[in-house]
Write a protein that binds this ligand. Sequence first.
Ligand code: PHE
Length: 342
Amino acid sequence: RVKEYIAEIQDSQVSSKEQLEAFRMRFISKKGILTELFDDLKSAAPEQRKSLGQELNTLKNLAQSKFKEFNETIQNQSEQQAAGTLDLTLPVIPHEQGSLHPLSIVKRRIIEIFERMGFNVSYGPEIEKDWYNFSALNFADNHPAREMQDTFFITKSPEETKEDVLLRTHTSNVQVRLMERQKPPIRSIMPGRVFRNEAISARAHCVFHQVEGLYIDKSVSFKDLKDTLYHFAKEMFGKDTKIRLRPSYFPFTEPSAEIDVSCFICGGSGCNICKHTGWVEIGGSGMVDPNVLENCGIDSNEYTGFAFGMGVERITMLRYGINDLRLFTENDIRFIRQFQGA
Ligand code: PHE
């Protein structure tokens, strides 16, 4: 009987899934011939058992390898059928490669430079209370910067300015939040989006980006501020870059200074990026006003510090010679693409 089955298997052919399944049922499945024959083996005469067992194993191996072979053939067949319905001449759907926005590239670079100097990175809210955006930063109640023309207010309290909720006008709010919750030494930079009620033009926008910096410790000096800014400028724009600090005023720093860097595009000889002055302003800075330290619970007799706030758009425009702020938000793919791999 076993010999007959062997012959049957060797002669069999399958050409469909159904025939393959029938083959499996007949020989391999639990209710199939192999199971039955192995059951019979138990009742065979002892002297026959060995040779019969060997024959059964041959049959089993043959059935299994045939099944494998049939299975592969059937699968190849159905793949070929599927390929027959594919139109291989159809053009592919183009796979566009994205790239980082120039503002993201520059923000990352700024973070990298300051991280190497030992600064960490902090973030704060864009919707802010008056206290964090203005009052704690030593803005007097009637300071013009609080006026409606600069600030987008969300809720305005009739009695107390300090209760107003607004869109932050600068990243200096994060300074206050940091100083309130952390004891010095503090050495942090704070990137983020800021909002001002301004008409959109080539040089102004109602939404832009800043990176704030804050360093508070015992005996931090103006020289530390200058060294830090100078090092940053050289890392960002190249080793021949110069900086210039111009006296200025901010309610939260004293003394205060505007930060200028020598023009990256013309090297100082004059071009339309620096408006032929050789210098481009990239932000404001100064020594943290003792009133601000005290407002945030830091002893101004023990600690001093410096702060700065830089415009990410300004730095990006200077770095890449971009002369219109609106390009950053129009999302023209021809503009964005130029920064691939930058
Ligand atoms: N917050 C200021 C601005 O937006 C910049 C600044 C930050 C100045 C920190 C001094 C210190 O113009």
